[in-house]
Design a protein around this ligand. Structure first.
Ligand SMILES: Cc1cc2nc3c(=O)[nH]c(=O)nc-3n(C[C@H](O)[C@H](O)[C@H](O)COP(=O)(O)O)c2cc1C
Ligand code: SF4
Length: 425
């Protein structure tokens, strides 16, 4: 290990020992990172996001409410990039939920969401206490994405990560906040080509790029159709080579834009191999969702951790993108009726029962027969609360590092960085 790395190890260990987790009141028994083995050795090199030196494991944003302040803050406190998902964070704030019940006005509901986002970012920053960095994940497909971007910058987020659509206008949206890092989520060299060319015209480059594999990732997937998710253009070995070649061809080699593959990564060996292939870090979702610090109900974590491979399915979301989730009772029932519901697709504003109008294009409200026909906001909120009968439980396709065990973030990070699993796992 180099001297720089050893010095960092000492620092990280001291930080973990100092670290206190701000648990929600109903999580009093949560194990803090300070109580875990303090031999967290960063055996893999750091990467840089603007001025932040970070551990090479990024925690992906997970909505609705799955990665809120507690998960993101605790990941950042270890020296990595923790990500708050911006989608409908009201569900972590009973006062805001109560306020929402009194209105069906979209502007008012958006305003309430922004208060929740501001609170979550500030609480995550407080837990991080200057360590690591806090990103906010914002889906382009969400109607209020531009206001989420502005709020995130104003609330002190260090980075904006945008996927579920091409974030072409992100540089304009963040013009007043040049210190905020911009990270598009793309899936192949084609997407990178479009974004980098468009952004160059605006004198901006991505500060990093997440390359998400639609065959393995959880949540919405970056392929236009389900039949395309296994296309070899998404394979990391091919995508990394093609993207590095593309950037070289554009004369951007010296910019060293960090590339961050994500989707199905669950072993230390995979991370090491991807870094050797030219990745700067990896993005990981499902394994973080099931940690003790994950912001969802324990029943949510059990559904993900205990899912059998044959019960993880890919289907069309209401946002018009393929998505991956666990085949729980609601999804099974819905998929059984999907064709019939699609044949009755009809544009009708009243189908957006809450009046939230969360999506720019919604298969249910706008009568798009090729898209899903359910309210995703309602279903994901049930899942967050652990309602196994009614919820939609997004999950990646691959096994989890600790099987069905729910362990602290520090142990997961230790395993990803060093390959050494805790004896208790
Ligand atoms: C429960 C869940 C919710 C997710 N929500 C979002 C989201 O709101 N926005 C987003 O860009 N990605 C979302 N993702 C994708 C993750 O950020 C991550 O990139 C992906 O899960 C990586 O694959 P893995 O789960 O196999 O590690 C979600 C994933 C899961 C499992
Ligand atoms: S029906 Fe649901 S998913 Fe569609 S826009 Fe309204 S709140 Fe969003």
């Amino acid at each position: 290990m180099s001297e720089a790395l050893s010095a960092r190890t000492v620092l990280l260990t001291a930080e973990i020992n100092k670290h206190e987790i701000h648990a929600r009141s109903n999580d009093a028994k949560m194990t803090s990172a300070a109580q875990t083995d303090p031999t967290l050795l960063p055996a893999l090199p750091n990467w840089h996001l603007k001025e932040h030196g970070l551990l090479p494991v990024v925690q992906g944003g997970m909505g609705v409410g799955i990665s809120a302040h507690r998960l993101a803050g605790n990941v950042a406190a270890l020296g990595a990039l923790g990500t708050v998902s911006s989608v409908d964070l009201r569900h972590h704030h009973p006062d805001l939920l109560a306020q929402s019940q009194k209105t069906h006005d979209r502007a008012e509901l958006d305003g309430i969401n922004l208060i929740a986002l501001d609170r979550e970012i500030k609480m995550a920053l407080e837990i991080a206490a200057g360590r690591g960095a806090i990103a906010v994940n914002i889906m382009k497909a969400v109607a209020a994405h531009a206001t989420y971007v502005r709020q995130s910058c104003e609330s002190g987020a260090h980075a904006i990560v945008m996927g579920a659509g091409l974030p072409i206008d992100l540089p304009e949206m963040t013009r007043d906040f040049p210190d905020v890092a911009l990270i598009p989520i793309l899936s192949d060299a084609r997407g990178v080509n479009i974004i980098v060319k468009k952004w160059l015209r605006k004198q901006r480059l991505p500060d990093a790029i997440v390359i998400e594999h639609p065959r393995y990732a959880g949540g919405h997937l970056g392929a236009p159709k389900i039949e395309e998710i296994s296309d070899t253009r998404f394979d990391f070995e091919r995508a990394l080579v093609e993207i590095l070649e593309l950037l070289r061809g554009m004369g951007l080699e010296s910019e060293k834009i960090p590339l961050i593959p994500g989707g199905g990564i669950h072993t230390h060996g995979q991370i090491r191999a991807l870094l050797q292939m030219g990745a700067a870090a990896v993005q990981i979702g499902t394994p973080f969702a099931v940690t003790e610090e994950g912001d969802a109900d324990i029943a949510f974590k059990r559904v993900l951790a205990e899912a059998k491979p044959e019960n993880i399915v890919t289907f069309m979301s209401v946002a018009g993108l393929p998505a991956r989730a666990v085949l729980t009772p609601w999804l099974k029932n819905y998929l059984g009726r999907e064709k019939a519901l699609q044949s009755h697709a009809k544009a009708d504003q009243r189908r957006c029962v809450q009046g939230l109008n969360c999506l720019t294009m919604c298969g249910l409200r706008d009568g798009i027969a090729s898209a899903g026909q359910f309210c995703i906001d309602t279903r994901l909120a049930y899942a967050l609360k652990g309602d196994i009968k009614k919820g939609l439980f997004f999950r990646g396709s691959e096994p989890l590092p600790f099987g069905t065990a729910i362990r602290p973030v520090a142990e997961l990070m230790q395993y990803f960085l060093t390959g050494s699993a805790p004896v208790t796992a």
